[in-house]
Design a protein around this ligand. Structure first.
Ligand SMILES: O=C(CO)[C@@H](O)[C@H](O)COP(=O)(O)O
Ligand SMILES: [Fe+2]
Length: 220
């Protein structure tokens, strides 16, 4: 299979040692760092805000892939941009005008991502293709790490890969939720080029991170 980029979700890291954990996965071969921001309203969990992103920024030069699960989202874009996000990814359900939200992310000088929940159809992308640098397919319902991969989302990945080819632009296609070495291969075969992995990266502690990431890349 093609080798995907791996974006470990720090939701599964040891929160008491977050800076060290980011350094450890960076050194273990992570390509990006995936940061899940949850507000207890758009999703039933609370995680971290821009101050934590800012505190983590000195710990890695890798792309900070910030997945915002907050509503409303527009008032917080600038804070995450200033905190050091490189890619800011938003759910279309998180604000009244997703097109405007993507424009705002780009105007802040950041890469713009849009994310589709398992129940969100691909048609939401029809009028957004020229505004996105990344499309994220959720293969679990958002809110928690450690859930099981929803296989029906692979058809969506295949459909979006076709849309990207027709658009004729470089747009990353990322999958998030329940990704392990077995489901990683299915995602890549369906057309994904970036995989988020929380539990599968952090399981076993720091001594295992390099092996876990290599397994996700299909290298072992
Ligand atoms: O955005 C989310 C969950 O809402 C994800 O990024 C999870 O944090 C992925 O965790 P695993 O399923 O890989 O454990
Ligand atoms: Fe995520």
């Amino acid at each position: 299979m093609a080798t995907p980029l791996i974006s470990p979700s720090i939701l599964s890291a040891d929160f008491a040692r977050l800076g060290e954990e980011v350094r450890a996965v960076d050194q273990a071969g992570a390509d990006w760092i995936h940061i899940d921001v949850m507000d207890g309203h758009f999703v039933p969990n609370l995680t971290i805000g821009p101050d934590v992103v800012k505190a983590l920024r000195p710990h890695s030069d890798k792309t900070f892939d910030v997945h915002l699960m907050i509503s409303p989202v527009d008032p917080y874009l600038e804070a995450f941009a200033e905190a050091g996000a490189d890619i800011i990814t938003v759910h279309p359900e998180a604000g009244p005008h997703v097109h405007r939200t993507l424009q705002a992310i780009r105007a802040l000088g950041k890469k713009a991502g849009v994310v589709l929940n398992p129940g969100t159809p691909v048609e939401v992308l029809d009028n957004l293709m020229d505004l996105v640098d990344l499309i994220l397919v959720m293969s679990v319902n958002p809110g928690f790490g450690g859930q099981s991969f929803i296989h029906s989302q692979l058809d969506k990945v295949r459909a979006i890969r076709g849309m990207i080819e027709r658009a004729g632009r470089d747009i990353h296609l990322e999958v998030d939720g329940g990704v392990n070495p077995e489901t990683a291969k299915l995602c890549v075969d369906a057309g994904a080029d970036v995989l988020v992995a929380g539990s599968a990266t952090f399981k076993g502690g720091p001594s295992q991170y390099a092996a876990n990431i290599a397994a996700l890349k299909g290298e072992v």
